[in-house]
Ligand binder design. Sequence first.
Ligand SMILES: C[S@@+](CC[C@H](N)C(=O)[O-])C[C@H]1O[C@@H](n2cnc3c(N)ncnc32)[C@H](O)[C@@H]1O
Ligand SMILES: [Zn+2]
Length: 267
Amino acid sequence: MTTLYRCPLCSQPLKLREQGFQCDNNHLFDKAKEGYINLLPVQFKKSKEPGDNLDMVQARRAFLASGHYAFLQQSLSKIVSETDHGTVLDMGCGEGFYTQSLKFRTNQVYGIDISKAAVRYAAKRYKDCHFAVASCKQSPFEQASFDCIISVFAPFFGDEVYRLLNDGGTTIIVSPGPEHLIELKQMIYQDVKKHTLMTCPLQFKLLKQEVISKKVTLNAAEAKSLVLMTPFAWKFRPEHLAMLDSAATLPVTLEFALTVLKKPRAA
Ligand SMILES: C[S@@+](CC[C@H](N)C(=O)[O-])C[C@H]1O[C@@H](n2cnc3c(N)ncnc32)[C@H](O)[C@@H]1O
Ligand SMILES: [Zn+2]
């Protein structure tokens, strides 16, 4: 069976064989027992454990299980359901929280992430999506393979997304809204800078950009998990973590920008 994957070593299509995924040049990639494939050859790795480590992955899993980000998951899934979504790719998919919400009745959904710890969790949990350890910068897919590509709080490589999208395909990028987690930032920064919204990369056409937000009240355990999954976790000193522990509850603004871009059809 031919898949959308191509060999990271020689770019030939990968076929699903009994032993794993194989190209015509006999490069073979095993399917892990959890069901994912590793398409990040060791010579392409810049560090031993690239991407989010197990602690970050576990913190994110714990926080996402609280349901506070469900409104983002629902908004994203609604946008994808309203566009062409026969083949969908989640780039930097983490543990697959958003990926699995894009699996509708008959479509094919793929998720890639450079973190093996994250992909392992995703593949174990969501059996009806395809997961691979791979880089978003040089991804192991044929060009024009996807109708829709999403990127949620992950590095966005515009040229690669453009290559992978079909003509007329859509990409949805989720980034922090201006006031996202402002209360947590006020605990550690004197001068809190608000996030700015992304501008449309030249190759794409901006279809829409919306900001959604919600104020939630977190308990100490949820607040700690949320901090650990943010890029500013390393700024939290023991005294800040103690503040989180001592507050019975913590009001926090969750705010997300959803930017919807289209790859123009060829003239
Ligand atoms: C903030 S997390 C978001 C994960 C997921 N999208 C979510 O929102 O739950 C960013 C993810 O991007 C992954 N990542 C970072 N650089 C990457 C790259 N070059 N290629 C693929 N994944 C990457 C990390 O391993 C991490 O899982
Ligand atoms: Zn090959």
